[in-house]
Design a protein. Structure first.
Length: 55
């Protein structure tokens, strides 16, 4: 479940970090696709691990 929580956090935080109102430089928004990707991979990994434990 740790992976799932981290993944959701990364996916939810990405649009927030990309917003220029946050104290980040504009070039930091280039990290957004990476965070979304990492979040998605974490969610998938969490689901796979959970499925293996149940089996």
């Amino acid at each position: 479940m740790k992976h799932l929580g981290f993944g959701l956090l990364a996916v939810c935080a990405s649009p927030v970090l990309a917003h220029d109102g946050v104290h980040l430089h504009p070039h930091d928004s280039a990290l957004t696709p990476w965070l979304m990707g990492i979040g998605a991979v974490s969610i998938l990994a969490g689901m796979l691990i959970a499925a293996r434990r149940r089996a």
